[in-house]
Design a protein around this ligand. Structure first.
Ligand code: GCW
Length: 713
């Protein structure tokens, strides 16, 4: 529904025309709101966009046409018609088959590949036309979304755009359980209502697929990596097929998490050993069945021998043995396996080094339709981690980064953390695998080591909440993931600028103010949760709020005290030669830098070093004071950001404004709690005064411990 009051004020005729009634902005339409552009901009675009022509009647071409007609009409504030013929002011989109004159682009389109597209404008004696062409219909859809984005982010002008994605598999991972709950989900229930499928397909699934297509996401793993074998039963495959049917017109393929011992649980075998002929035959038959039900099924994602999940190690086999068995079954159908590297063993010396120890020996042993899916950092989606050393040290394996869009450790959907800066830090990190300039993004896009398949996964932050992501501004993280998956060199600034213009406002001062808040938000979370390289000191279980004192969990490497190692001498985990030596998994200058107490970036200091409380930091202050001041700085930021947000009242939609304003109030309280809890707790070791400039806690540590933070929701 369009709303009646524009961001810039005033009544919008278009809103009346299109919606017919006033409606509050509930956030449902994401970045596809298509609210009318400011009038000068709309007038300028009207010269170029008068009507839309998308010949053909396939589901995808119908979607292209609808998107262009609705989008242009909304943005220009007047109904844009469908043209019968090509002429002045016509936007034409399709493939060389659906638009024969596009055959002239055939060689260019071949270079752009099946998902690439070009957008060209032609100006003949004042008559302008826009052409959006691709080899495939889905590529044309991507082009249409790009054109609509241009209308919102730029002034009209000559267009000569050629685009293709830098990474082939751009997937969301849903940690959705079959009972509708979502592991680490903070935005309601699962979007897939398994009990209603396949008979009833929620129309919302189409909006989900459309939103993904608009940012180039081309696949979804529907079920949790902590998976149930049930999702591979014939009954559930038919349900997944109904979802695949809804997604297909938008180019979104369906994948499933596969439980490694399904041959035992479903097939009644007494082993899941990947070398056992009966087990192998079971998977071949299962793959054949899956493809008979979902002909374009994408493949399997597997969490094996990790946190209680079954896997090949149990049978004395390797990860590669397990992955390759599944890959063999999927291969004849064109399917792939994404094998997760998130493994750790309680007996090992340092949890963060274990994925490397477990996976590195398998380098070069994985089949060519396997990708090793590796979390960005070596631990677990912390507010700041160094990149995982697997990027750079497995040159003969196709690696696929796994990012977490849902904010498990970053304030969930109660706190603002715009994640593009965190992902940029990761993508730009230098692995030194082939000398300077061997960035993680080059590992990801295949340009460093080659490899046939490339991919990136994001653990989704979506759910059944009306606004999809719980926190309205967290929509930007879904958006940013898709944009970076498509074009990994985009800056955090550009992405947030696009998102704000498409979602919240076209007014420069408003854009500037929101953009500043969002760009700074993740560093503030680091400051008030885990500054200077601290990690994993969140409350046990739900991971919301601080619990640095926790030492009661059954596995030592689940406990915060394992990670921060505070004692009377100092703070931090020694990962140099004198400690766990995990730093030696890094290469070249990266390793040298991290290894040296002096050279290690201060924002990673306590990750790699156990540092004395009175160690002199670059600021000239001692570690203890610097630590406290970081906590304070984070809290101060939230207070300021909240004020800046509240000053936007009246300049953006009032409903969006108040929802976010309410979230900021919670964030401010909870950031203060982080500061107080951590300072009071670490003070029991440092035995030093809280420095000037830091607010004195109002509660005692005991009082804080007695009042656990509330679990979502
Ligand atoms: O960090 C842990 C999460 C688990 C998750 C696991 C994983 C899906 O707390 O909830 O399980 O990571 O990534 O497998």
């Amino acid at each position: 529904m369009k709303q009646l009051i524009s961001r810039t004020g005033g009544l919008l005729l278009a809103g009346l025309l299109l919606a017919g009634s006033a409606a509050a902005d509930d956030g449902y339409e994401l970045w596809l709101r298509y609210n009318p552009l400011p009038s000068a901009k709309a007038t300028a675009w009207k010269a170029q966009v008068k009507s839309v022509m998308v010949p053909g009647s396939s589901a995808t071409l119908n979607a292209v046409r609808k998107e262009l007609v609705d989008g242009c009409s909304g943005l220009l504030g007047e109904k844009v018609t469908e043209a019968e013929r090509f002429g002045d002011g016509v936007v034409v989109a399709g493939t060389p088959e659906s638009v024969p004159m596009f055959s002239r682009f055939e060689s260019e389109l071949a270079e752009l590949g099946p998902e690439g597209y070009l957008i060209r404008s032609r100006n003949n004696n004042g008559r302008t036309t826009v052409m959006i062409a691709s080899q495939t219909e889905v590529g044309a859809l991507y082009g249409a979304f790009h054109f609509l984005r241009l209308m919102q982010t730029q002034e009209p002008g000559e267009l000569d755009i050629s685009e293709k994605p830098q990474v082939m598999l751009r997937l969301l991972n849903h940690w959705d359980n079959l009972d509708g709950s979502i592991e680490r989900g903070y935005a309601g229930k699962s979007l897939w209502k398994w009990e209603e499928l396949p008979e009833i397909v929620d129309p919302r699934l189409i909006d989900y697929a459309r939103a993904n297509a608009s940012i180039g996401i081309n696949g979804s793993v529907l079920n949790n990596v902590n998976s149930k074998a049930q999702s591979l039963t014939t009954e559930y495959l038919h349900k997944a097929a109904a979802v695949a049917d809804a997604f297909r017109p938008y180019g979104v393929k369906v994948y499933l998490s596969a439980r490694f011992n399904a041959p035992m649980e479903l097939g009644g075998l007494d082993t899941a050993d990947p070398m056992d002929p009966e087990v192998r035959a079971w998977w071949v038959k299962k793959a054949d069945e899956i493809y008979s039900i979902i002909p374009d099924f994408g493949g399997f994602l597997v969490k094996a021998n990790s946190e209680g999940q079954p896997g090949p190690i149990t049978y004395g086999r390797t990860h590669a043995d397990g992955a390759n068995m599944l890959a063999t079954a999927l291969k004849p159908h064109g399917g792939i396996v994404m094998w997760r590297a998130f493994v750790y063993d309680p007996d090992d010396t340092d949890r963060i080094g274990q994925a490397y120890t477990a996976m590195k020996p398998d380098d070069g042993r994985f089949a060519d339709n396997v990708l090793l899916q590796v979390k960005n950092g070596p631990l677990d989606f912390q507010p700041r981690e160094p990149f995982s050393p697997l990027f750079g040290t497995m040159p003969k394996t196709q690696l696929m980064p796994e990012l977490q869009i849902t904010q498990e450790y970053l304030g969930q959907s109660r706190q603002l953390a715009y994640l593009a800066p965190m992902w940029r830090e990761f993508l730009d990190a230098d692995t030194y695998a082939k000398g300077e300039g061997s960035s993680v993004s080059k590992v990801m896009d295949g340009s460093l080591f080659g490899g046939k398949l490339t991919g990136v996964a994001g653990v989704a932050n979506t759910g059944s909440d009306r606004n999809w992501t719980g926190h309205d501004l967290a929509q930007a993280n879904w958006y940013a993931f898709g944009r970076l998956a498509w074009a990994h060199e985009l800056s955090s600034e550009q992405i947030v600028d696009e998102w704000i213009k498409m979602s919240l406002s076209q007014t420069p001062s408003v854009i500037q103010s929101i953009s500043k808040i969002m760009l700074e938000s993740r560093e503030a979370v680091v400051d008030y949760m885990t500054p200077l390289g601290l990690a994993h000191i969140m409350w046990q279980g739900h991971h919301y709020g601080p619990e640095p004192w926790c030492d009661t969990l059954s596995r030592p490497d689940w406990n915060p005290v394992y990670f921060h190692r505070a004692d009377s001498e100092g703070l931090g985990f020694d990962r140099t030669k004198t400690g766990s030596a995990a730093v030696e998994q890094y290469l070249g200058k990266t390793r040298e830098t991290y290894e040296s107490l002096e050279k290690c970036p201060e924002n990673m200091l306590l990750w790699f070093h156990h540092v004395p409380w009175d160690y002199k930091m670059k600021s000239g202050k001692i570690l203890w004071d610097e630590l406290c001041l970081h906590y304070q700085r984070g809290v101060d930021w939230v207070e300021q950001a909240r004020k800046q947000w509240n000053a936007l009242e009246g300049s953006i939609d009032s409903d969006v404004f108040s929802r976010v304003s309410d979230k900021f109030a919670v964030q401010e309280t909870d950031a203060g709690r982080w500061r107080d809890a951590c300072i009071l707790y670490f003070q029991t070791f440092s035995k030093r005064e809280i420095p000037a400039g830091v607010d004195k806690p109002t509660l005692t540590l005991e009082q804080i411990k007695q009042d656990p933070p509330k679990e979502y929701p």
